[in-house]
Design a protein around this ligand. Structure first.
Ligand SMILES: CC(C)(COP(=O)(O)OP(=O)(O)OC[C@H]1O[C@@H](n2cnc3c(N)ncnc32)[C@H](O)[C@@H]1OP(=O)(O)O)[C@@H](O)C(=O)NCCC(=O)NCCS
Length: 201
């Protein structure tokens, strides 16, 4: 599916002081304020701001049609993070029987490193439970170190390398996963399936 081709070929970051940053001359670096955001479902009216963030975030950006095609699917959900009246981040994810899968996710460049991404991931994590959906997965480009570090900080772990995953650049992806509590998830499912198959044959 086209939606899975991307997650993570970001455009170059920038290091000019950002909104909310306060110069700390003694430490020779800046201190940041966290931006409190309201997280809600995405609606059609959000699309221009979402597209702007998308285009400023990815080399291989989704088009409006890509978003709409994806969101038309019954198991696909869009969420946005709003600061005041402004949409500063978005996430598109799929609902599966036992897990959530992130398809697309970005914070507007002017609002990065203010905790917006972390708040959106926390919201997603709050949807997990021990008896239903116990995992969150996503693919991230091997070159997208920022996203890898971000997700690692949110307690996701790289569990597999997916060779030549992206059609556009041919690059590999890391499959990253967050697990609720002590979930042992798929390993158990796969084991059961393999045993079942073995017995049938
Ligand atoms: C990845 C992304 C969504 C993170 O959003 P964000 O709002 O900037 O993240 P947060 O401010 O919540 O970061 C939380 C922590 O994650 C880590 N982190 C975030 N961005 C990082 C970076 N560029 N480098 C290293 N660590 C980073 C830090 O530990 C950070 O805490 P700190 O700022 O106190 O050091 C954002 O950088 C982005 O939109 N990138 C471009 C699109 C993209 O790559 N999307 C993900 C595709 S898989």
């Amino acid at each position: 599916m086209k939606a899975t081709r991307k997650l993570g070929a970001p455009t170059e970051g920038h290091r000019a002081p950002r909104r909310g940053e306060v110069a700390n001359m003694n430490a020779g670096r800046t201190e940041k304020e966290q931006a409190r955001v309201h997280i809600r479902w995405m609606i059609r009216r959000d699309m221009p701001e979402v597209l702007q963030t998308e285009q400023q975030s990815f080399e291989f950006a989704w088009t409006e049609e890509d978003f709409l095609r994806c969101l038309r699917q019954r198991n696909c959900i869009g969420m946005v993070a709003e600061h005041g009246e402004k949409v500063v981040g978005f996430m598109i994810y799929e609902l599966h029987k036992n897990k959530l899968h992130i398809l697309n996710f970005a914070v507007h460049p002017a609002w990065r490193r203010h905790g917006v991404g972390a708040q959106m991931v926390a919201k997603l994590i709050s949807k997990l439970s021990s008896h239903r959906r116990t995992r969150i997965t996503l693919e991230v480009r091997e070159t997208n170190l920022c996203a890898q570090l971000f997700f690692h900080r949110q307690e996701f772990r790289a569990i597999r390398v997916l060779r030549a995953f992206y059609e556009d650049s041919g690059e590999d992806a890391f499959l990253m996963e967050y697990r609720f509590g002590d979930d042992i998830g798929d390993e158990m499912d796969e084991t059961v399936n393999r045993i079942a198959q073995y017995e049938e044959n």
